[in-house]
Design a binder for this molecule. Structure first.
Ligand code: BES
Ligand code: MN
Ligand code: ZN
Length: 497
């Protein structure tokens, strides 16, 4: 899809489809009012005839309007004018672009960003539109042999009408950010949706290396098991021992900031398939454990977006990638391994493997002298029990960093909810035989997982995002969401100003 801005009086505009807003009780948005007058009250009349109220998510396609320049009008309900918040705006956009996709138009012009949404600027409103359009167009068909269903929608050009010349740069910035974020999200979704037999640790590493070649300021390298062995990453390597696929530690270094600027380090769990290991998971829905690399995919997607946007920051992405399978050589309950930090870990449950690969990566992160470290992981089923599937879980050792992430999540509409990691919980990780057990019992499972990680994050500002409930959708519309790419990129955009 090609996005651009346009400045043109509505009276002279020509397009296959003009997308216009209507508030509840059929109150017309400003441009809709102008068009309605141009068409002698036709729009208001048709809204009434078809009993379309203007609720958020309502749409009415008018397939023919007088004048000849505008082929169609898509009226989009925005809900009550004084209640138009981010959620309602996004719901309206989502309905709009789904309807637009199916209406047969090749070219459309939208003015929906003209409405007031909690004081947000045109750039933000346009960016949301681009992100939601790309989401509406997303399909994952790479693995389908029967391509008869693969016809792509005709819509190929979407333009945003700028209210004035002075709004053009804002609209353009919104398009640029929206496209970069959407491409990062799409990349994360594709990597997530690929099956475990295709998306292996080596495949993830190859994809990251490919992205590295596309951007001058991005350097990507991959640590092999021998390198990790030399570094003493006994915890990470213990997980990989149960698999025939060699583990990889992907290192993506983006240098957009000054030489001395401390980097923001993103760490993403890249477990390309989690069968649980010897503590084998039950069979039901085990296929969904191909999504256990979504944290890693979101880090790769965010780094790609940052490189595309050319943000004036230094950012490092670290993705430990491995499988977790049962094998004669796999970790066994009771095994004790030594992490790179020197802390010994008793593996009481081999299915708590995410923290085992993350802890060594956190230790490795220290060498970058980070401004902050944010890890992203499908870490615990307990997070879904605690928070459901709407927010990602947030925990961390630094209030300011956590607040920045909450704010970025609200702006990007990729929200998080913070949980405590008080010292009181640390006791649950005590082991009789090693420095640390890898599980903390049934209570507060997401928190004790984060407490485990916190032991390896003492030397820097650190936050942890548990995306177990948000990285993919389960059920009939099973599929990766690309979360939290938008949150991570927003956090970094905020740091760049
Ligand atoms: N990848 C899983 C967490 C997970 C499970 C995410 C289901 C989304 C849906 C993780 O490796 C895991 O297995 N965690 C265990 C931890 C437990 C053994 C302490 C879990 O959540 O059951
Ligand atoms: Mn597991
Ligand atoms: Zn896992």
């Amino acid at each position: 899809m090609e996005y651009s801005t346009k400045t043109e009086a509505l009276e002279r505009l020509s397009t296959d489809c003009l997308v216009l807003g209507v508030f509840q009780k059929r109150k017309l948005a400003p441009s809709t009012e102008i068009l309605d007058t141009m068409f002698d009250g036709l729009l208001a009349k048709l809204l009434k005839r078809d009993d379309v109220e203007g609720k958020a998510g309502d749409t009415l396609l008018i397939n023919h309007v007088p004048g000849g320049r505008i082929e169609r009008v898509l009226l989009v309900g925005l809900g009550k004018k004084d209640e138009l918040d981010v959620a309602a705006y996004r719901k309206s956009l989502d309905a709009a672009f789904k309807a637009l996709k199916g209406c047969g138009a090749k070219h459309a012009v939208s003015v929906l960003h003209e409405v007031e949404v909690g004081g947000s600027c045109a750039a933000w409103k346009v960016r949301q539109a681009v992100e939601l359009t790309e989401a509406a167009l997303y399909r994952f068909q790479e693995m389908k042999g029967d391509t008869s269903e693969n016809h792509s929608p005709r819509l190929s050009r979407l333009q945003f009408l700028a209210a004035s010349e002075s709004e053009v740069p804002l609209v353009e910035a919104g398009i640029r950010e929206g496209e970069a974020i959407a491409r990062g999200v799409t990349l994360a979704r594709n990597l997530g949706n690929l099956p475990g037999n295709v998306c292996t640790p080596a495949y993830l590493a190859e994809q990251a290396l490919k992205i590295g070649k596309e951007h001058k300021k991005l350097k990507v390298s991959v640590l092999e098991e021998s390198d990790m062995d030399e570094l003493g990453m006994g915890s990470l390597l213990s997980v990989a021992r149960g698999s025939r696929q060699p583990a990889k530690l992907i290192v993506m270094e983006y240098r957009g900031g000054g030489g001395k600027a401390k980097p923001h380090v993103l760490v993403g769990k890249g477990l390309t398939f989690d069968a649980g290991g010897i503590s084998l998971k039950p069979a039901a829905n085990m296929d969904e454990m191909k999504y256990d690399m979504c944290g890693g995919a979101s880090v790769i997607g965010a780094i790609q977006a940052v490189a595309e946007l050319g943000l004036p920051l230094n950012v490092v992405g670290l993705v430990p990638a491995s499988e977790n399978l049962p094998d004669g050589n796999a970790n066994k309950p009771g095994d004790i391994v030594k992490s790179m930090a020197g802390i010994t870990i008793e593996i009481l449950n081999t299915d708590a493997e995410g923290r085992l690969i993350l802890c060594d990566t956190l230790t490795y992160a220290k060498r970058f002298d980070p401004a902050a470290v944010i890890d992203v992981a499908t870490l615990t089923g307990a997070c879904i029990v605690a928070l459901g599937r709407h927010p990602s879980g947030l925990m961390g050792n630094d209030d300011a960093l956590c607040e920045q992430l909450v704010r970025a999540g609200d702006t990007a509409w990729d929200r998080v909810w913070r949980m405590p990691i008080w010292d009181d919980y640390q006791e649950q990780l005590k082991s009789n035989f090693a420095d640390l057990g890898n599980i903390g019992g049934p209570d507060g499972g997401s928190i004790t997982a984060a407490c485990f990680l916190s032991r390896f994050a003492k030397d820097f500002h650190w936050a942890h995002l548990d995306i177990a409930g948000t990285a993919w959708k389960t059920g009939a519309d099973k599929g990766a969401t690309g979360r939290p790419v938008a949150l991570l990129v927003q956090y970094l955009i905020d740091r760049a100003v």
